[in-house]
Design a protein around this ligand. Structure first.
Ligand SMILES: NC(=O)c1ccc[n+]([C@@H]2O[C@H](COP(=O)([O-])OP(=O)(O)OC[C@H]3O[C@@H](n4cnc5c(N)ncnc54)[C@H](OP(=O)(O)O)[C@@H]3O)[C@@H](O)[C@H]2O)c1
Length: 309
């Protein structure tokens, strides 16, 4: 086995889950390099070395990975927008894993999604299955970590549910709202990733928290915590999809894609397996109620506009 170089590479360490993973590694005394589309977002005095993520430059990609023991990969696109398609995300992931192999990276910890499937009707889940296949094809020892929904830190989904509950008189839930979700705290995901970075062998683990509320119960918990008086109404799926699209236009964002809603309604954000995270969403929501949803978190702003948000 090759020696530990003391250096790890994390994609998106100035972003959401990547920053939580990088912070754990730095606390553990490791050197961290990030490859990111936004190296200019490096906080002042960060110990993290930033390199630009350029998938079209295989040699540069391998150079950015040289000397790393482990690659922690969070790269993906939440929805298709402009040239950022799921097909492109799959080929970019393949390029990244290939470069890691050429650079001599010893292990890859890859963040995926619960229930990826090459036969899925949903491009996100199909693409994730193909990315996992590309990882296996790379021949680099690896761990696949599959979360359903993340919360904590700068997370978008739970924060924006709280924002909507604070600002609108009515909150629409699609269908019965009885479909379950299995959120994990971003720091629990980061711990799982670094634990698996230090392990050996190829493994696949669901990254899921200890609670499994029905979607509507989760909205009710957030409503109570932030003191919202919004009415929660159940509406047919197509109406929810249209409302989410309309609100997205108003917010210059993508609030919830049709695929995200339909996948959740089919139970793809739920799993039967044991909890791998310990933080309870219901308790976390109560403890963070003061700040939760005070500011809208704009996903398009984070990834497609020039100004950092
Ligand atoms: N957030 C969730 O609730 C959730 C739920 C299930 C699974 N996951 C999975 O967890 C992983 C990390 O998610 P995250 O929410 O932590 O993501 P993130 O920080 O927003 O982004 C992760 C990485 O992907 C890059 N990226 C994101 N959108 C991009 C785009 N449109 N074009 C180019 N690069 C893009 C980011 O680039 P920059 O470095 O330039 O920002 C960053 O390197 C992903 O694989 C995601 O599928 C997330």
């Amino acid at each position: 086995m090759a020696a530990d170089t003391g250096l790890d590479v994390v994609t998106g360490a100035f972003g959401y889950s990547g920053s939580a993973i990088a912070a754990r590694l730095v606390r553990a005394g490791r050197r961290v390099r990030t490859i990111t589309g936004h190296p200019e977002r490096a906080p002042e005095d960060t110990p993290i070395e930033g390199r630009r993520l350029a998938f079209e430059d295989p040699a540069g990609l391998a150079e950015s990975l040289e000397g790393a023991t482990t690659l922690y990969n969070t790269y993906w696109v939440r929805f298709e927008h402009g040239g950022a398609t799921f097909d492109r995300a799959v080929s970019n992931s393949r390029a990244l894993f290939g470069a890691a192999g050429r650079a001599g990276v010893q292990r890859i910890v890859h963040v995926s999604i619960t229930h990826p499937s090459a036969d899925s009707p949903f491009g996100y889940f199909r693409g994730k299955a193909l990315a996992e296949r590309a990882l296996a094809d790379s021949g680099v020892p690896h761990a696949v970590v599959r979360p359903a929904i993340l919360f904590g830190g700068d997370g978008v989904l739970i924060n924006n549910i709280a924002w909507l509950l604070r600002h609108l008189p009515v909150f629409a839930v699609g269908g019965s709202g009885s479909y379950r979700v299995r959120p994990i705290h971003v720091d629990d995901l980061a711990r799982l990733c670094t634990d698996l970075g230090a392990a050996t062998g190829d493994v696949v683990v669901d990254a899921v928290g200890p609670e499994r509320p029905a979607f509507v119960e989760m909205v009710e918990q957030i409503r109570a915590a932030v003191g919202s008086r919004a009415r929660i109404v159940r509406v047919p799926g197509p109406l929810l999809e249209a409302a989410a699209a309309g609100l997205g236009l108003a917010m210059r964002d993508v609030l919830l894609t049709v695929d995200e809603y339909r996948a959740m309604a089919r139970g793809l954000a739920d799993t039967d397996g044991p909890a791998t995270g310990t933080t309870r969403l219901s308790r976390w929501v109560t403890e963070h109620a003061d700040l939760l949803g005070r500011r809208y978190a704009n996903e398009l702003g984070r990834h497609f506009r020039r100004t950092a948000q």
